[in-house]
Design a protein around this ligand. Structure first.
Ligand code: VAH
Length: 315
């Protein structure tokens, strides 16, 4: 059975129902601390209120539900982490190390998302290689590189089946991201529906890798289901679906909302973070080792986002 830590977050809110469809409602336990779960998750299967920093509480839940896989989505994101680096490090690493240690005990598996945030300004930013220089300049990125190394270590030393992908910015329409640098790419769709206008905190021309949530969730399951003998990498597969910047999203939105306008009020903190991240990643390793292939491009994502949000925001 699967325990999802951080089930109330941007990814968890959609990944839990997705996993329950795939593995069965009672096979996926949603764990949350203070942010409430969505109704769909609360009513759709087992839930547990716990703090991912408390190893003994997690262990109790692992025993109670016979958990053999932890999907650890707990993280303080890039921009928020810069406001309190020590707290971000403690939370991001504490939840991971608890997950690794407990799955070592039960000889289980751990999926932890890494991120484009794991790269830094000395990394080649165009067609960023799978194996390259990793000197991130945010504590979020430092914690993600450390998470990749800890996860590799627990696989090599203890045989824990650790796997993970480097997610790009993820765009979704159920739960807003909190404190990320890529959040603009989510906000712009909400504002397009509500106000036909968006004031963007990143400069035009700031390219970042992005992915629609359906692709992000499928990447998690397809990697977890992949034949381990084919995996040369394990905890850090570059995966992406598009390399975009604010004007490209605005142009795509205008195909549906012609009067949509965008202007800019730059947030220097998030602009400086974004400029240290790749413009576009090379994802050959994921394609070769577990047949990864994205499905949503910018037009398809925009069509779906505006359709879902115009329903959701009507109420
Ligand atoms: C952030 N959305 O912006 C997260 C993610 C790749 C970006 O890590 O911090």
């Amino acid at each position: 059975n699967i325990l999802v830590l951080g089930a109330a977050g941007q990814i968890g809110s959609e990944l839990v129902p997705y996993l329950r469809k795939f593995y069965g409602s009672n096979a996926v336990v949603a764990a949350y601390r203070s942010t409430p779960l969505t109704t769909e998750i609360r009513e759709g299967g087992p839930c547990e209120n716990l703090d991912a920093m408390e190893a003994d509480k997690i262990f109790e839940v692992v025993k109670k539900y016979n958990i053999d896989t932890i999907i650890n989505l707990v993280a303080v994101l890039s921009a928020k982490g810069e406001a309190n680096p020590v707290k971000a490090w403690n939370i991001n690493m504490g939840s991971l190390i608890n997950s690794l240690e407990i799955m070592r005990e039960v000889k289980g598996a751990v999926f932890t998302p890494s991120s484009i945030g794991a790269f830094g300004p000395s990394t080649p930013l165009d067609n960023t290689p799978q194996d390259t220089i990793m000197r991130p300049t945010t504590i979020y990125g430092i914690s993600k590189v450390a998470a990749e190394l800890w996860s590799d270590y627990y696989f090599l030393k203890y045989g824990v089946d650790t796997r993970g992908v480097r997610y790009p910015g993820i765009i979704s329409n159920v739960t807003l991201p909190g404190g990320g640098t890529t959040d603009y790419a989510v906000e712009i769709y909400y504002e397009a529906i509500k106000n036909k206008h968006y004031t963007c905190y990143l400069k035009p021309g700031t390219y970042l890798d992005m992915m629609y949530m359906p692709d992000a969730m499928r990447a998690c399951v397809e990697l977890m289901e992949a034949d381990p003998k084919k995996l040369k990498h394990r905890n850090c597969f570059n995966v992406t679906a598009m390399s975009i910047e604010p004007e490209m999203i605005a142009k795509e939105i205008r195909k549906h909302i012609p009067e949509f306008t965008i202007d800019y009020q730059i947030d220097p903190v998030r602009q400086s973070i974004a400029e240290t991240w790749p413009n576009s990643m090379d994802q050959t390793a994921a394609m070769e080792e577990w047949d990864w292939k994205p499905e949503y491009d910018l037009p398809a994502m925009t069509l779906d986002m505006l359709k879902v949000l115009s329903q959701k925001l009507k109420k």
